[in-house]
Design a protein around this ligand. Sequence first.
Ligand code: SF4
Ligand code: MG
Length: 318
Amino acid sequence: EKVLLSVQDLKRHFEIGQGETLKAVDGVSFDIVKGETFGLVGESGCGKSTAGRTILGLYNKTDGNVLFEEKNVHKMSDRERREYLKKVQMIFQDPYASLNPRSTVLEIIAEPIEVHKLYKSKEEVKSRVYELLEDVGLNRDHANRYPHEFSGGQRQRIGIARALALDPEFIIADEPISALDVSVQAQVVKLLQRLQKEKGLTYLFIAHDLSMVKYISDRIGVMYLGHMVELTTSNQLYDNPLHPYTQALLSAIPIPDPDIEESRERILLEGELPSPIKPPSGCVFRTRCPQAMSICAEKKPVWKEQEAGHFVACHLFN
Ligand code: SF4
Ligand code: MG
């Protein structure tokens, strides 16, 4: 098991004026092993997208480290950085917003290939684009059309083809199915799984709930207000969730099969997500935690390995 990406106590803060700081990511650690899918889950505003962008190097880090193949992402030379941006690609939530509406599908997918000067002739680029279209379940007849001519699911396929153009090793997928109809979500997930097998890809799969992530992730990290609160294998997280926030997220998943009676008791979280500008003292989850104790306001819980490979930050386990 080779660690491909190592995120070590990563912090990304934004100075927002008047001496205030938004702590979008405030000390997050995890490793991603080559070939796995790591799910990063949390409500919007928890810092998961910021974490993804900081890993890609789109944002500077405030503190901590991101190592890719043991190289520090934020200390790379220009040449190393160009290589890194070939190996790591991003897929976005809204493929429509991320595809230039005035470019044809051919131009959209060919752009990264041309930027990195990977092929010499126009013909070579074209046949590479045709190949990529077939990889994602589209075909060469789609090449001369424009993004608005496609459905949401097809547009996400175009976004995926573009992300694959440079033959990456690692893909950060930021809520790639959240904007799609439920019926289309499963197709896109299947496509991502097939491509992972065929091309030996590693995924960081960002999602706002646990419903689909279960099926694609090998391991899952749960984030709340800039912090990682629990991390373990997908199975362990579902069978034995330890953190009260994880338990609440799991209880919110609808049971797909009505014959299955063993549904979880719904845990409703009271109150709003606090502002990451003024996070609660002690445990950041305490203002909404059904099990909060007095120590939770006083002391930050320690990130602790409760059983092999199963990490949790909560005073119930400290
Ligand atoms: Fe709840 Fe306290 Fe655990 Fe935080 S540390 S999740 S407030 S029990
Ligand atoms: Mg987001």
